[in-house]
Ligand binder design. Structure first.
Ligand code: GDP
Length: 302
């Protein structure tokens, strides 16, 4: 799935053959590494920061005769990446929902993201995932702007035998969210999933709208949904939502078509927030929990 990014990493390690890593070699390797990262859809700002971090960590390194220098480089790369992913941490949504449910309160998840990234599909996939774990779910149709958005969510919910809380188009999304919370409390539903609008043209209004919903419903978890195929865009969207609304974890959709993997690395590195799921297709079961160990392992294996 992430072959191209993997190649970027293995190119760095195999480029270093000398026993002593001198500055010139390192500059060349760093330059090529940065290009390879960008070619793998790593955002420019992240590629620069990552390269300079790796370069700093390697500067002045001497390698024992018996040791393969590329192993040393591989270890350093691993350490730099692991530290970024460790800082972002991991999330056990089901455990968090169960804990909240023991206190008799619904766990509220707010979905954020730009139209077309796969947000509504991801709401349905997460609902399906939670249902299979024995968690009861209700959805709220918080996109009251885009024509068809309420019907789209309702259709998914019907297929999954779930209730949708909705109002008419043009209604205040925060009020829809609040209705969802009231419904979940009254019916003792474990988890409320709130879909939201994602129109691109009016970023400022969108951010204000999202911030208002968040103020009103006080979600336990905010999931940012990004299209893995959009590389730099996914990261600038992540930064935007993180700055104005804040989020706790990301879903990367269309990872089935993503041969590069740069978006996952970029979002974690840039926002310090974990990727929690990958969307890997169009059906409800096409959602896999993101496995950091596996991701890093596959990038650095040779
Ligand atoms: P929204 O506007 O963000 O709510 O986007 P939608 O949920 O309507 O999804 C947009 C399109 O992307 C639809 O055709 C989905 O079937 C498709 N889609 C969503 N997630 C995935 C995924 O993980 N893989 C693939 N291949 N397609 C996806």
């Amino acid at each position: 799935m992430f072959d191209k990014l993997k190649q970027a990493f293995s190119a760095v390690t195999s480029a270093i053959k000398e026993k002593e890593l001198n500055d010139r070699d390192l500059d060349d390797v760093a330059f090529n590494f940065q290009i390879a990262l960008i070619e793998s859809d790593v955002a420019q700002s992240v590629a620069e920061a990552l390269t300079s971090e790796v370069q700093k960590s390697l500067a002045g390194t001497k390698v024992e005769r018996s040791v393969d220098p590329s192993e040393v480089v591989g270890e350093r790369l691993n350490a730099v990446l692991k530290s970024a992913f460790d800082k972002a941490g991991t999330v056990d949504l089901v455990a968090n929902i169960r804990e909240r449910s023991r206190g008799g309160e619904p766990y509220i998840i707010l979905f954020l993201g730009i139209n077309g990234t796969g947000k509504t599909t991801s709401v349905a996939k997460v609902a399906n995932f939670l249902k299979k774990q024995g968690v009861s779910v209700v959805c709220a149709a918080g996109d009251t702007h885009r024509p068809g958005a309420i019907e789209q969510l309702t259709e998914h919910a019907e297929r999954l035998s779930l209730k949708v809380v909705s109002q008419r188009y043009g209604a205040d999304p925060a009020a829809v969210g609040r209705d969802g919370v009231l419904y979940a409390k009254a019916h003792r539903v474990d988890c409320l999933l709130i879909d939201t609008a994602g129109r691109m043209q009016t970023n400022q209004n969108l951010m204000e709208e999202m911030a208002k919903i968040a103020r009103v419903v006080r979600p336990d978890f905010r999931i940012f949904v990004a299209d893995a195929l959009t590389g730099n865009d996914a990261v600038s969207q992540a930064d935007l939502f993180n700055k104005h609304v804040g989020f706790d974890g990301a879903i990367l959709t269309k990872a089935d078509a993503d041969v590069r993997g740069g978006a996952a690395l970029s979002i974690v590195y840039s926002t310090g927030k974990p990727v929690i799921f990958l969307g890997v297709g169009q059906s409800y079961d096409d959602l896999v929990p993101f496995d950091t160990q596996k991701f890093l392992g596959s990038l650095l294996e040779r």
